[in-house]
Design a protein around this ligand. Structure first.
Ligand SMILES: CC(C)(COP(=O)(O)OP(=O)(O)OC[C@H]1O[C@@H](n2cnc3c(N)ncnc32)[C@H](O)[C@@H]1OP(=O)(O)O)[C@@H](O)C(=O)NCCC(=O)NCCS
Length: 146
């Protein structure tokens, strides 16, 4: 198992993982924005193959988990947990003492992962995400990482 930072040549593979694993995938533009901006995009490789990714943004003592995704065929093998624990360590190295995230309230697998890793729910953002022709609330969670 190895982590490395994403570069633009990984885009096609990362987008395939994202689109196969997630009902509301990030777009190519989302990843490009993260790559040129100050976010960190980390890839998890297993036997030389990219199997998942995690995206964080960290500044002024706060980190935000912007994305985490594992290839569908590798779900429930502990890889999501491994990515989450890795980006938490990175956030600490970047000086963050707290990590925040937002997650669709219907995303029970991701919420289960976050709760298992110690995140707690601190609020919600009403009608935050598009959901077909309607909207869906975001659950806002945080974890103290100092
Ligand atoms: C959320 C996601 C990253 C989890 O990755 P994963 O590799 O399958 O998760 P793990 O195997 O590391 O699971 C760790 C723990 O999280 C919880 N968990 C993960 N998936 C779960 C599920 N489908 N149902 C219930 N609990 C789940 C469990 O507590 C699990 O521990 P356990 O297997 O010992 O019971 C993965 O489902 C995914 O890529 N989803 C699509 C993208 C997405 O929704 N990202 C979050 C956007 S905010």
């Amino acid at each position: 198992m190895m982590f490395r930072e994403m570069n633009e040549s990984d885009l096609a593979q990362v987008l395939t993982i994202e689109r196969n694993a997630y009902s509301h995938p990030w777009t190519e533009g989302n990843f490009k924005d993260s790559l040129v901006g100050s976010d960190e995009v980390w890839l998890l490789e297993l036997d030389g193959e990219v199997v998942g990714h995690g995206v964080i943004s960290a500044a002024v003592g706060e980190a935000h988990l912007l994305n985490i995704c594992v290839a569908r065929q590798h779900h429930r093998k502990g890889l999501g947990r491994a990515i989450l624990e890795f980006v938490i360590e990175r956030a600490k190295q970047l000086g963050a003492t707290v990590m925040f995230l937002e997650v669709r309230e219907s995303n029970t697998s991701a919420i289960a992962l976050y709760l298992a890793e110690g995140f707690r729910t601190i609020g919600s953002r009403k009608n935050y995400y598009p959901f077909g022709s309607e909207r869906e609330h975001a659950v806002v969670m945080s974890l103290s990482i100092d």
